[in-house]
Write a protein that binds this ligand. Structure first.
Ligand SMILES: [Zn+2]
Ligand SMILES: [Zn+2]
Length: 586
């Protein structure tokens, strides 16, 4: 008997080993086997009778039962093909760490789903979405998996639901125990981050994704797909129910709900604060606080409420501080990224570069800057104006809390009296087509954190931006209607799919030649737009990095896979390492 074993390597192929007499193995089981002179942990993806001549034996089984079901292996094949990654890297990134040899931890064979038609995924956007999820999971009796964007949130939810944890914040043995308990139906509700996406659950299972819009659901590295896409496919294959939770879903998900692929129950409307815009055009800003924000800090702290001030560091794009004009690529619509060393503006899509301008084409002004406020400077200014207030960047008990937009994540609804955006423009100026969506999500999160009776003050050079208008009027349609029009006009997701191909090499010339070769391989494939390669990183850096963007239809992975496969399997000694990132988020 031969076992085909997949390893965490950038290779599409698996490796064959002899199953020694007396050892019984199953598909989906982890084994330790010799590879390149040492023992490595891999996953049995196939078992078959064939000639064993020249093959080495499997050293040992890591667990006595398969950790993945047959359905999970099939799912892994789909995910690997969809992201042009190796099956081994995809599946092994979704398993808890292996136990030490000889461990006597209890295991159980992976539960197989029943299959059958799945109900359409549901998108929960209402103010009570999280309370409703907690209530539903405690009311029902079926197994459930809750995926959180980060470990802190996973810990909070595990506590709230009295559930076992599967994320890397829990000790390894606890993660393994939770995995096998869930598979046997012994741990009914489990909580994890994306590393728990494959935990086998006996049917009928409920899958839930918290903060669907969060970028943390698609970090770099395997599995190279967004947790939402992985869960949508898993639910479809298993016939499971999927719940997506977010007050401000990604534009892609909103569009799917518009087109009926996802059901979107009418949301309950939550309490809303007054949203005030402070127009900073034409104001010489040597102070971070405008009058409306100064007043809000005064009024709300006097009323015993906490104030959060949101700063953005200098954005990577250039704009005019007098009229608000932002330098954008005329073809791609995204902000041009500022190359400080080369004194140029560059488009991250089409690689267009322009010299840095001296004056604003809109108003002729000379104050062009990558807009942002240093948190230290904001803190000093606030303290100078309000010497008696406790102002802090990390103390949750401070009267005035200063932080980046990430601060809004951890604030419960209605917990602060005021959120002030020192300059929303830092978010709007990200050189990313999702800049508007990012700003919108921060504005809505701020309004939810404040609730009725409080104030959100938005200092901006773009008071008419539809993200601001939508947050002011608590009207999601205003945002998504505009955003979908922008995406459609310029061919961004959900209307076209994107893919980034990159090369990292030691020397510039061979790396450049390799990226040109990759681009040449996909040019000419029907239905694709292939942009020219551009250098990444500063000149003189230790490694040479290049990349290009491909735009294409929904079947983009299948169109480019045959052309790019030979480059993805090259050894590390070649001119560089080629990576493909489907549906990049940043
Ligand atoms: Zn201007
Ligand atoms: Zn461009």
């Amino acid at each position: 008997m031969i076992a085909d074993v997949a390893f965490d390597l950038p290779l599409r192929r698996s490796f064959s080993y002899i199953v020694p007499p007396g050892m019984s193995l199953a598909r989906g089981q982890r084994v330790s086997a010799p590879l390149q002179g040492r023992q490595r942990v891999g996953l049995v993806v196939d078992l078959r009778e064939a000639d064993t001549a020249g093959l080495k034996p499997v050293q040992r089984a890591v667990e006595s039962a398969p950790i993945l079901s047959g359905a999970a292996l099939a799912f892994g094949r789909w995910a690997a093909a969809e992201s042009l990654s190796s099956l081994g890297s995809t599946l092994l990134s979704l398993l808890p760490p292996p136990p030490r040899p000889g461990s006597a931890e209890p295991v159980a064979p992976a539960a197989e789903p029943r299959g059958g038609a799945a109900p359409p995924p549901e998108l929960w956007i209402g103010a009570e979405r999280e309370a409703e999820l907690a209530a539903r999971l405690s009311r029902e009796s079926g197994p459930a998996l809750v995926i959180a964007p980060d470990r802190e949130s996973a810990a909070r939810w595990a506590n709230r639901l009295d559930a076992a944890r599967l994320d890397s914040g829990a000790p390894d043995a606890e993660r393994r125990a939770a995995w096998f308990a869930a598979s046997r139906g012994r741990a009914r509700v489990v909580v994890g981050t994306r590393s728990a996406l494959l935990v086998p659950l006996p049917p009928p299972a409920t899958l839930a994704l918290l903060d669907e819009h969060d970028l943390a659901h698609k970090p770099p590295g395997a599995p190279r797909l967004h947790s939402r896409e992985l869960l949508v496919e898993r639910a479809r294959l298993e016939g499971s129910r999927l719940l997506l939770l977010s007050a401000t879903p990604s534009t892609e998900t909103w569009w799917r709900a518009d087109s009926g692929q996802i059901s979107r129950p009418a949301p309950e409307v939550g309490p809303w604060p007054e949203v005030i815009t402070a127009d900073t055009r034409g104001i010489l800003r040597n102070h971070p606080l405008t009058l409306p924000l100064t007043r809000a800090i005064e009024d709300l702290t006097r009323a015993g409420r906490q104030v959060a001030l949101i700063v953005t560091r200098g954005a990577a794009a250039l704009g005019c501080d007098e009229c608000g004009v932002l330098f954008r690529c005329p073809d791609c619509g995204v902000a041009l990224a500022l190359g400080r060393a080369s004194k140029t503006l560059g488009c991250r899509f089409c690689a267009r570069t322009e010299p840095m301008p001296d004056t604003c084409p809109g108003c002729g002004g000379h104050r062009l800057s990558p807009f942002g406020w240093d948190p230290d400077r904001v803190q000093a200014s606030v303290l100078k104006r309000f010497p008696r207030l406790r102002v802090s960047r990390d103390l949750r008990s401070a009267q005035v809390l200063i932080g980046t937009a990430a601060l809004l994540r951890g604030l419960p609804a209605g917990s602060v009296g005021c959120v002030g955006f020192i300059a929303l423009d830092g978010l709007l100026r990200l050189p990313d087509f999702r800049a508007g969506e990012r700003a919108w999500q921060s504005l809505w999160a701020a309004a939810e954190a404040v609730g009725a009776g409080g104030r959100v003050v938005v200092q901006t050079l773009h008071p008419d931006h539809y993200a601001v208008e939508a947050a002011r009027t608590q009207d999601r349609d205003v945002f998504y209607t505009h955003e979908l029009r922008f995406r459609a006009e310029l061919g961004y997701p959900p209307f076209r799919r994107l893919c980034v191909v990159s090369v990292r090499g030691k020397a510039e010339k061979p790396a450049r030649a390799l990226i040109d070769e990759c681009a040449g391989a996909v040019r000419g494939i029907g239905g694709l737009t292939v942009y020219p390669p551009a250098a990444l990183g500063a000149p003189g850096a230790r490694s040479s990095r290049w990349r290009f963007v491909i735009k294409g239809p929904a079947e983009l992975p299948r169109l480019i896979a045959p052309a790019l496969a030979p480059f993805l399997e090259r050894g590390r000694r070649s001119a560089g390492v080629v990576e493909v990132e489907m549906d990049p988020v940043a």
